[in-house]
Ligand binder design. Structure first.
Ligand code: IPM
Ligand code: MN
Length: 352
């Protein structure tokens, strides 16, 4: 099979982790007789530096023309502490999500048997955790009207959702739940927020179409607590953009390292795969970042975007072996030898 993949390395550790994912994908393609055609494109601070825009039209065209997009990370500290900056790398990410129609962000959380004791949470609480967040990605407070009033002394960010936006995300949630343990949790703040009440009533209205799915409704603050207390009680969770952003960072702690968690962002036509971690500028260029979240995102890409389950399995298997054998970067190495980002990539390639 011929696979056309747009490659958006982005900023910080993005290029380093993306390089490892490319090596691993090429090795898998080689093994299973596929041909990958990679098309690199600029995004984030790297794109601002080059062309003054974090998601240039040319990059958008490349993403549209590709079968899937593999994405690293976006963000640069020089913008973080400058509230007056007119263009920001993150705007590129938001624009990309919106323009590609990537309304559903799929973030699985699972544990690796060999890493259970790396999690700050107790083994008996997290063992067997296998849940998936479906985070709405192109609406809510991220995209509502925002601005300043009163000479800049008052600021506002509007949170807006339409019924259609809720339905299309919830539909994916119900469908995913049907393929798993048929449990769906709608996370909201319906005791306070009107948008949450719309979410809740919309999802309630959809229950009859999925009679086998057991739906629960929980407030986001309670979920934040239960997620680390009894992660095993969850299976598929659907939620709005900002709640999903926060809860998925929290959930990554269960696995032991944020450097492990992959994600997929999908809509009706485009597919994008990216680690849930950010650009981690402190580690940029040092060859120390964990490449596994990006590599596991590539596994999701093989499976979901191309329907190549065996290839995805090959990646997951070799990743599991590397963890078991301690071929890991410093975030996971504890007192043992820490391997470099590129060494982990090389090891995976040799063992595929
Ligand atoms: C994420 C990131 C982004 C988000 C940032 C970089 C804009 O934190 O993908 O979770 O908030 O969506
Ligand atoms: Mn985030």
């Amino acid at each position: 099979m011929k696979l056309n993949i747009a490659l958006l390395a982005g900023d910080g550790i993005g290029p380093e982790v993306i390089n490892q994912a490319v090596k691993v994908c090429d090795a898998v393609a080689n093994k299973f007789n596929h041909e990958i055609n990679w098309t690199p494109a600029l995004t984030g601070a790297a794109a601002i530096d080059a062309v003054g825009e974090p998601y240039p039209d040319e990059t958008h065209e490349i993403c549209l023309a590709a079968d899937a997009v593999l994405f690293g990370a976006i963000g640069h500290p020089k913008y973080d502490n400058d509230p007056t900056a007119k263009v920001r790398p993150e705007q590129g990410l938001l624009k990309m999500r919106k323009k590609l129609g990537l309304f559903a962000n799929i973030r699985p959380t699972f544990t690796f048997p060999s890493l259970i004791d790396k999690s700050p949470l107790k083994r008996e609480r997290i063992e067997g955790t296998d849940l998936v967040f479906l985070r709405e990605l192109t609406g809510g407070i991220y995209f509502g009207e925002k601005g300043r009033k009163d000479n800049g002394n008052t600021a506002f960010d509007n949170c807006v959702y339409t019924k259609e936006e809720v339905i299309r995300l919830a539909k994916k949630g119900f469908e995913l739940a049907m393929t798993r343990s048929k449990k769906l949790c709608c996370v909201d703040k319906a005791n306070v927020l009107e948008t949450s009440r719309l979410w809740r009533e919309t999802v309630q209205g959809m229950e009859k179409d999925y009679p086998e799915v057991e739906v629960s409704y929980e407030f986001v603050d309670a979920v934040a607590m239960r997620l680390v207390q009894w992660p095993n009680s969850y299976d598929v969770l659907i939620t709005e953009n900002l709640f999903g952003d926060i809860l998925t960072d929290e959930a990554s702690v269960i696995s032991g390292s944020m450097g492990l968690m992959p994600s997929a962002s999908v809509g009706t036509e485009n597919y994008l795969y990216e680690p849930i971690h950010g650009s981690y500028p402190q580690a940029a260029g040092k060859d120390i970042a964990n490449p596994l979240a990006t590599i596991l995102s590539a596994a999701m890409m093989f499976e979901d975007a191309f329907g190549l389950a065996k290839e995805a399995e090959a990646i997951r298997n070799v990743v599991n072996r590397s963890l078991k054998e301690g071929i890991v970067t410093e975030d996971l190495s504890e007192n043992k030898k820490a391997y470099k980002t590129s060494e982990v990539g090389d090891w995976l390639v040799r063992n595929i």
